[in-house]
Structures are given as structure tokens and as C-alpha cells.
Design a protein around this ligand. Sequence first.
Ligand SMILES: Cc1cc2nc3c(=O)[nH]c(=O)nc-3n(C[C@H](O)[C@H](O)[C@H](O)COP(=O)(O)OP(=O)(O)OC[C@H]3O[C@@H](n4cnc5c(N)ncnc54)[C@H](O)[C@@H]3O)c2cc1C
Length: 402
Amino acid sequence: MPATRTPPPETLRPYLTTRHELLWEEAELFADQYVAPRVPRLEHSTSKFDRRLAQLMGDRGWFGVTVPAAYSGLEVGHVAKTILIHRVSVVSAAAGAILQATLIPVGALDEFGTHEQKKRWLPQVAGGSVLMSIAVTEPVAGGHIGGIETVAERDGDEWVITGSKAHIGNVHIADLHVVVARTGTEGDSPSKALTAFLVTSDLMGVSVTPYRAGHGLRGFSAGRLDLDHVRVPADQVLGEVGQGMEVAQRSSIRYGRPNLAAVSLGIHETVLNLTVGYLEERDRYDGTLIDLPVVLDRLGDIVHQFHSARVLLYHAACLLDHGINTVTEPINAKYANHKWAKESAQDSMELHAANGLALDYPLQRLIRDIQHTYAPAGTGEFQRIHLARSVLSVASAAGPST
Ligand SMILES: Cc1cc2nc3c(=O)[nH]c(=O)nc-3n(C[C@H](O)[C@H](O)[C@H](O)COP(=O)(O)OP(=O)(O)OC[C@H]3O[C@@H](n4cnc5c(N)ncnc54)[C@H](O)[C@@H]3O)c2cc1C
């Protein structure tokens, strides 16, 4: 049996069907066979992203995990999506990031697309021949969606889009970008001033800056998308004109937050496994480090954080599968999974003492990778603002929406 095979824990049984368990196994086998051998190469390369991994996941139909069967998707929902991202991220958060970044715009297309758009694109997405990205963040406006400066102007049967997007996941390998641009005039309410468009990467005026590796998630394509008078047919508006903020926010809440939580959970699980292995093997006095009560106590804290984070995520995904339109649970899951995984990684580093500091020790990769799940799909600040507001009896008058 491959080293990373771990059957679903009993605590998750209420959330899982037989189909889910098969997907769990499929994802682990895939991660063992295709992802694990790539990790050392990706870690040492600062000039290459991994296109082949995306293709391999696409070939398995995983980009269509939430796509209805009517459009050739697997139609197995949010828990299934969580399983795929979680199990792959145990082996490589970069691989999990590739998967999660395309599943956000796929969700947007499925929820806001016309039948014609879905018929045209979703079977190709589900078949793995089209990879998607979602381009919302901008170099100046950052995560402030209301401040988007990319402009789309109507010209006959086309829209002409000009602007720049930053930190876009899968930007170098995506064939189809969901781009959110400003279409409203000054008098329009901010929530109605934006529109989402389906923009193919081969259109004239679409360009991507060369890949530069970040702090972590080595091999995950992310970067800047420039649009210079890109002409997009009017039938490629996603949702209604003026619905762009809703497209961005709803896909971030329903897909982005659970997805990023699943990447964090995968990192967290590997942190835990690495820590247990180290503490059980390192001799001290007549036993090992794990026999020291203070060390045991610190490990207990990591276990508490991991178990709690895992349940929050699977619970949130299960609510979505039950059609419960919750905003708070995915936010809470994303926030807790990042926070606790980061804290566990730091605890683990301290428990490893000097032995965790070697550059090629896996904990180094995990500590770098976990930094990348804070910003996307709503930073911690936005999550906390939402969580605080969710218990207030009077709606807070000022401040950003989440
Ligand atoms: C791995 C990764 C993948 C990503 N993938 C995508 C993608 O596919 N598509 C995409 O569009 N974007 C993507 N992003 C970008 C991500 O969405 C942004 O980083 C995020 O929205 C924050 O924007 P910013 O980094 O410019 O920070 P800023 O918006 O400049 O914020 C800086 C700091 O100020 C805080 N802040 C800002 N405004 C407020 C406020 N009103 N109240 C309280 N605090 C505030 C923020 O929380 C943050 O701490 C990705 C980022 C990463 C790291």
C-alpha cells in the first residue's frame, strides 16, 4: 500500500457516502503516483509551474466534480470537491492549489452561466480540455472589489475590456478566464457597477506576465493578467450586466473559501504526521520526546486544532451539499483552517528545534505554503468582520462587505 494511504476517519463518516470514500481513495492514489514524485523538483525550481499536473487532474474529470451530469460533469458536490483538494494537498499544497483555483470559476460558470454558455464550456471543462481561472484582484484595488479599475465598454455586439488583474491562480495555464470589470457609470450603485465576462486566453490583447515563483506553493501558476482593448462577444457576459460583484462574491463564498480551507487542511495533516513521527522517534532519557509531559501537551494542542479544523470544513461543505445557503460556515472553516494550520506548523517547528531548520526538511515547505492560504477568497480581516457582524443585532453601518 502506498505510504500516504489513510482511510477516512470515523469522525467524517456522517459526511461521507460510498462514492465519497472511493474518491478519497482515488485522490490518494493519484497523489502518491503523480504528485509526490514531482514535489522535490517543484520545490527546487523557481522558474517553472506545473502544467502537466493540471492536465492529469483534468483527465480524471476532477474539474467537473461539481458540474451537473447534464453537462458531462461528475455532479458529486461540495464534500466530494473538498475530498479531492484535501487529499491532494496532504502531499502537495501546490497541486491542491491548481485544482482549487479552477474549481472556483467552474462554480461561477455553473451558477451564473446561460444554458448556451454551459453547453459550450462545461463539457470541455469536465473533460479536462479547458482549464479556468477567475480574475478579480487588481494591482491597485487589491481585494477591494468595489474599487476595480478594469473597464469594459460596450461597442456594438462586443465589449472592449482594458485593465490588469493580479495574483491570478492558474493564470499561465488557463484557457478561459472569468474577468470582473467595471461597466457602470458613476451614478450606479457600487454593487451594480461591475460585470463578469468569459474571456478566452487566445483573444488579441490578452497577455500574462512570466511566471515567478512565490514564497511557497512552488509549481502553482499565479500572476498578472493584462487586458488591452480585448474584444469579447456580448454573449460572453457571465450573469447579468451589473451582476459582477455577486458573481465574484458568491463564487468566493461557496467555492473559494471551502477550497482554500481544504488546502490548509492538507498542509495541517502533514504537519501533524511529521510532528508525531519526529517526536516518537527522537530518543530522550529512557524513552522518546513524546514521553515528556510538556511535549505531549503541545502535541495535544496540534491535534485539537487539526480535528476541530477538519470538522468545520467538512461540516460547511455538507451544508452546501444540502442546499443550505450559509455564508458564515464556509468563512469560519476557511479562517480556522488557515489559522490553526499556521499555528500548528509554528508549534511543530519549535518542537523540532534546530532540526526543523534544514532547508530540505519538509516542514520548511509546509510553513511557506500555509502563508498562501491567508489572502485568497477573503483575508482574515474580512472573515473576522463577517463573523463579528453575524452576531450583531443591529447591522453595522460602515465598512466593507465580505
Ligand atoms: C495563493 C493565492 C491565490 C490567489 N488566487 C486568486 C485568483 O485566482 N483570483 C483572484 O482574483 N485573486 C487571487 N488571489 C488574490 C487574493 O484574492 C488577494 O490577495 C486578496 O483579495 C487580498 O488582496 P491584496 O493581496 O491586494 O491585499 P489588500 O487588498 O491590499 O489588503 C492588504 C491588507 O489590508 C487588509 N484590508 C484591506 N481592506 C480592508 C478593509 N476594508 N477592512 C479591513 N482590512 C482590510 C487586508 O485584509 C490585508 O490584510 C490569490 C492570492 C493568493 C495568495
